[in-house]
Design a protein around this ligand. Structure first.
Ligand code: ADP
Ligand code: MG
Length: 382
C-alpha cells in the first residue's frame, strides 16, 4: 500500500512524503461496560489507514482519498469544513488539534485503508488517529497520546455527529502488536496484557445485518443500569457506577427494582469480572478459559442484556457446536459481527460451515475478517 500511496503522492504533489499509519480495533471482552464505568479490553488490528503526508507551506489542506478516488481542498478555519463525509474526519482532527493549542498548517496528503467500513472495526478511529498522530509529528506539537485519542473522539462528536466513547480511538492510538489493553473507563487507567494466541486464529464473522432497534434499545439499557446503580447506592453510597457494585449488593435490591433492570445489571457486574478473569487467563497463556468467558459474555448479552439477534445467536450456536474455543457478539449488538477464537485446525471447516449454513438460513453469506493484534498509530520509516 505504501508504494501505491507514494506514487500517487508524487504524481499529485511532485515529491515523496512521510508515511504514517494507524489501525482499526477489536474488543476481546468488556461489552456495554464503558458507560457503566467498567473495563473494556481492546487491541489494534492489522487493518488500518495509511497516509503519505507533508506540509505544503500554505494555509490549505489538499487531500486525496484513494478508496473514494476523490480529492478535496479546505482551509483550517471553522467555516472551511469540507462537504465530503470522509474529509470531515481529517478536518475535525485539524480543528481539534488547533483547539488544544497545537500548530496545524497547510499540508498535502494521500491516504487509503483496508478496515471494512461500518463493520464494527472502527475504520473512523483508524482514520482519526492516523491524522492526529501525523499532525502531531509533522508540526512538533508534543501532544500526549491520550490527548491524541481525545482529538479523535471529539472529531466524532463535533464534526461527524457520533457521540462515541473513548475506546476506539484509545485502542487505535495505544495499540501494540501482541498486546491487548485493559482500559478502566472510569479512571482511564490502562494496562497491557499479552495476547499471542499461537495455534489459534481470531476471526470476525460479519452478519451484515443492522436491526433498527439499536439506538433506542441502547438508551433503555443505559437507563436500566442507572436505576440499578441508584438503588444499590442507597445501601452503598460509594457506588458511583454499576461497575463499582458487588454482585451481592445487587441481590439486596432485587425486590425494589424491575426484574428487567436486575437482569441488565447482573450482566454488567458479571462482565466487569469476566474482563478481569480473561486478563488472569492471558497471563497464564490459558486461551481455553479466555474462550469460555467469551461464550459466557455472549450468553449474558443475549439472555440478560438482550442485545443479540437471531443472526448472531445462530453464529454463536454454530461456533459452540463445532467446538470453536470462544465466540461472542462484538459491539453494541442487534447486528454486526461475532468475534471468534478458533483453533487453526478447525478454522477452514468452521468458516465453510458458517458461510453455508448462514446463507441457507438468512439468504446471504456473512463476511469474514481475519485479524491479528498489531501496532496502532505510528510513523513508517523508509
Ligand atoms: P466504522 O464502524 O468503520 O468506524 P463509521 O461509520 O464510524 O464506521 O466510519 C466510516 C467512515 O469513515 C466512512 O464512511 C468514511 O467517511 C470514513 N473512512 C473510513 N475508512 C476510510 C477510508 N479508507 N477512506 C476514506 N474514508 C474512510
Ligand atoms: Mg466509527
Amino acid at each position: 500500500m505504501q508504494t501505491k500511496l507514494q506514487e500517487k503522492f508524487k504524481a499529485l504533489f511532485g515529491k515523496e512524503g512521510r508515511v504514517f499509519a494507524s489501525a482499526g480495533r477489536i474488543n476481546l471482552i468488556g461489552e456495554h461496560t464503558d458507560y457503566n464505568g467498567g473495563y473494556v479490553f481492546p487491541g489494534a488490528i492489522d487493518k488500518g489507514i495509511m497516509t503519505v503526508i507533508l506540509p505544503n507551506g500554505t494555509s490549505k489542506v489538499r487531500l486525496f482519498s484513494m478508496d473514494y478516488n476523490e480529492s478535496t481542498e479546505f482551509g483550517l478555519e471553522e467555516a472551511d469544513a469540507p462537504s465530503q463525509a470522509w474529509a470531515r474526519y481529517v478536518f475535525g482532527v485539524c480543528r481539534e488539534t488547533i483547539k488544544r493549542g497545537g500548530k496545524v498548517e497547510g499540508f498535502d496528503a494521500v491516504f487509503a485503508g483496508d478496515v471494512p467500513l461500518g463493520a464494527g472495526l472502527s475504520s473512523s478511529a483508524a482514520l482519526e488517529s492516523t491524522f492526529a498522530f501525523a499532525l502531531n509529528e509533522l508540526f512538533g506539537n508534543g501532544i500526549d497520546k491520550f490527548e491524541l485519542a481525545k482529538i479523535g473522539q471529539s472529531t466524532e462528536h463535533n464534526y461527524c455527529g457520533v457521540k462515541c466513547g473513548i475506546m476506539d480511538q484509545f485502542a487505535s492510538v495505544f495499540g501494540k502488536a501482541g498486546s491487548l489493553i485493559r482500559l478502566n473507563c472510569k479512571t482511564l487507567e490502562y494496562k497491557y496484557f499479552p495476547f499471542k494466541p499461537e495455534g489459534y486464529k481470531v476471526v470476525l464473522i460479519d452478519s451484515c445485518v443492522k436491526h433498527e432497534l439499536a439506538s433506542s434499545a441502547y438508551n433503555k439499557r443505559r437507563e436500566s443500569c442507572e436505576r440499578a446503580a441508584a438503588a444499590i447506592r442507597k445501601n452503598h453510597p460509594d457506588v458511583e457506577f454499576l461497575s463499582d457494585a458487588k454482585r451481592v449488593w445487587l441481590d439486596e435490591v432485587r425486590a425494589e427494582i424491575p426484574e428487567e433492570d436486575f437482569l441488565r445489571a447482573e450482566y454488567v457486574i458479571g462482565e466487569v469480572q469476566r474482563v478481569l478473569d480473561v486478563c488472569d487467563a492471558l497471563e497464564r497463556g490459558d486461551y481455553e478459559t479466555v474462550g469460555e468467558l467469551m461464550y459466557q459474555t455472549h450468553f449474558g448479552l443475549s439472555r440478560l442484556y438482550e442485545v443479540s439477534c437471531e443472526e448472531l445467536d445462530f453464529l454463536n450456536k454454530l461456533a459452540r457446536k463445532m467446538d470453536v474455543t470462544g465466540s461472542r457478539v462484538m459491539g453494541g449488538g442487534f447486528g454486526g459481527c461475532t468475534i471468534n477464537l478458533v483453533k487453526e485446525e478447525l478454522y477452514d471447516a468452521f468458516i465453510k460451515a458458517a458461510k453455508e449454513q448462514f446463507a441457507a438460513k438468512f439468504g446471504h453469506e456473512p463476511k469474514i475478517y481475519n485479524v491479528v493484534i498489531s501496532d496502532g498509530a505510528r510513523e513508517i520509516c523508509r
